[in-house]
Design a protein around this ligand. Structure first.
Ligand code: URA
Length: 241
């Protein structure tokens, strides 16, 4: 086997994109056979041991997918240069190197998948998958029916008009409204930006469903491992083989 650039080996395991892996290398988090490497270094995937933060990469780990109920205040990443709490801090008995599938904002709570199954991560990122995600958003003010219709039909954002979504008013209080969004897109800060665009700032946001997965018994900060059947069902969502 020939040697390959280490960022390519990390990406091939489904742990990160090559660019992200390059950043890990630059941050001194990646070692080959125990020695921290620099960008451009190569390794033999069969003979050399590549580690990130001291944990071996590779296919020898058992595949684990975890459903976490992310609390507010945790960054969706594996390590934060500013030292803020990160989602991986919560996985106290998961030794496998699972990484988040997609992202929830620092102040968003709710369901987040984390996996070391590169096949699953790649499938869920595939545009054909269009995984359905459901959110509950608390916004300031009373949302008019016309605004709900517009949220559902599409809102013009700086990166284009949003795709049709299901949006319903769940309840109103004296000061706020609760809206439920069912989206297939996953743009950065999408729900917040959609609501802000119509003059309704979001003061709470929670992802309450990811495909067929729901919160169930999981309290904020708690997680559970998915069953093999659940993983197979997720992998079947896009109709890919
Ligand atoms: N939409 C947002 O605005 N934020 C999230 O974290 C997820 C969806």
């Amino acid at each position: 086997m020939t040697k390959e650039r280490v960022q390519k080996l990390i990406a091939a395991c489904g742990l990160a994109s090559r660019r992200e892996a390059e950043r890990w290398i630059e941050a001194g988090r990646v070692a080959v056979n125990g020695a921290v490497i620099s960008l451009g270094d190569k390794a033999d995937p069969l003979l050399d041991q590549v580690t990130v933060d001291g944990k071996p990469i590779g296919r020898s780990e058992t595949e684990v997918t975890v459903l976490l109920n992310k609390p507010v205040g945790y960054v969706t990443t594996m390590s934060d240069p500013e030292g803020r709490p990160v989602v991986s801090d919560l996985l106290t008995d998961v030794s496998e190197r699972v990484v988040p599938v997609g992202r929830l904002d620092l102040t968003t709570e709710g369901l987040l998948l984390m996996t070391n199954d590169g096949d699953l991560a790649q499938r869920l990122a595939h545009p054909r998958y269009h995984v359905e995600k459901r959110y509950l958003a608390r916004v300031r003010g009373t949302v008019e029916a016309a605004a709900i219709k517009q949220l559902a039909e599409g809102v013009k954002l700086e990166d284009g008009v949003t795709a049709p979504a299901r949006v319903r008013l769940v309840r109103t209080t004296r000061t706020h409204s609760w809206l439920e969004f069912t989206l297939h897109e996953g743009r950065n800060r999408q729900v917040r930006r959609m609501c802000e665009a119509l003059g309704y700032p979001v003061s709470r946001l929670k992802r309450i469903a990811y495909a067929f997965l729901q919160e169930g018994e999981l309290k904020p900060g708690q997680y559970r491992r998915l069953t093999a059947q659940e993983v197979a069902r997720l992998k079947g969502l896009g109709g890919l083989k």
